[in-house]
Design a protein around this ligand. Structure first.
Ligand code: SAM
Length: 289
């Protein structure tokens, strides 16, 4: 069964009496070559278990099941569960859960798979909730090998932006703390049904096994990054003064200068290494005596 074939998809939707649910970001892939490409590139060893978020009717799940040891798929839409039983019936290495990834206990769910070996994430993500899902995957602290996601091209540009560029933002710096992101390829809107208004890009994130830059305090690091970009047009001392109310502007300026920056620098110039160093100085300042 070719689950990327438009006629097949329409037939399945009719037989199971389903409609594409916009509120769940249901834009199904209709180009098998794209699905194969994603599956080929989302892990570097076949001895990997894959967490798939949002299998839909199962085109990517099928390709993942053929390539990797185990697939665990979380699908929020209960209407798709009987479809997945039908389309994935032949695979003994796939487990589907009717779950919202945002509510799922990933630690508990994936424990047996991490005990067996490597685990990576692969998903054609729903647009409406891309960033919260990505943040959950990063912040949960699970040692995924890779996180490979198809997302809106505009968001992909932000994730992979260089410091100092207009696309560079808080999410870029936070992501760089956890791993290294690269764009694999772009997929135009016509490869989906229904077609979204924008193009998509597949981004692969290789998570750091050992983070190269470790702050004294993670919370202060994230406060520093968030503060720097919340007031993007302001210079860094002014931007940070708004979010570090317990420090004076002079103390913040001193910390910035002590890190080797000019006092009128803007946050968007700082890479993750520099944010970590600055957050350490601010942390010392907050906790002195
Ligand atoms: N993987 C399929 C494909 O490529 O054709 C479907 C991708 S579609 C863009 C996104 C899928 O994620 C849909 O099946 C949708 O129901 C599911 N989904 C949306 N929100 C979800 C959530 N919070 N947790 C789990 N699945 C979700």
């Amino acid at each position: 069964m070719n689950l990327c074939d438009v006629k097949t998809i329409k037939h399945i939707m009719t037989v199971f009496d389903l409609k594409f649910r916009k509120e769940f970001g249901q834009n199904f892939l209709i180009n098998r070559a794209v699905v194969e490409d994603i599956a080929d590139n989302c892990a570097d060893s076949v001895e990997t278990s894959i967490l798939e978020i949002g299998p839909g009717i199962g085109p990517l799940t099928t390709e993942l099941a053929m390539r990797y040891e185990q697939v665990v798929a979380l699908e929020i839409d209960h209407g798709l569960i009987p479809v997945l039983k039908y389309t994935l019936g032949e695979f003994t290495n796939v487990t589907v859960y009717n779950e919202d990834v945002m509510k799922a206990d990933l630690d508990e769910l994936l424990k047996p798979y991490f005990e067996k070996g490597k685990v990576s994430v692969c998903a054609n993500l729903p647009y409406y909730i891309t960033t919260p899902i990505l943040m959950k995957l990063l912040e949960c602290g699970l040692p995924f090998d890779y996180i490979t996601i198809m997302i809106q091209s505009e968001v992909a540009d932000r994730l992979c932006a260089k410091a100092g560029s207009s696309d560079y933002g808080a999410i870029t710096a936070v992501l760089a703390y956890y791993g290294v992101a690269e764009k694999l390829f772009t997929v135009s809107a016509g490869n989906f049904m229904p077609a979204p208004k924008v193009n998509s890009t597949v981004v692969r994130i290789k998570l750091h096994k050992n983070k190269p830059y470790v702050p004294k305090d993670e919370k202060t690091l994230f406060r520093t990054i968030k503060g720097a970009f919340e007031q993007r047009r302001k210079t860094l001392p002014n931007a940070l003064a708004a979010s570090f109310g317990e420090l004076s502007k002079d103390e913040i300026t001193e910390a910035i200068v002590a890190c080797g920056h000019k006092p009128d620098i803007r946050g968007e110039r700082l890479g993750i290494e520099e944010f970590v160093a600055l957050s350490d100085k601010l942390y010392e300042c907050i906790n002195k005596d």
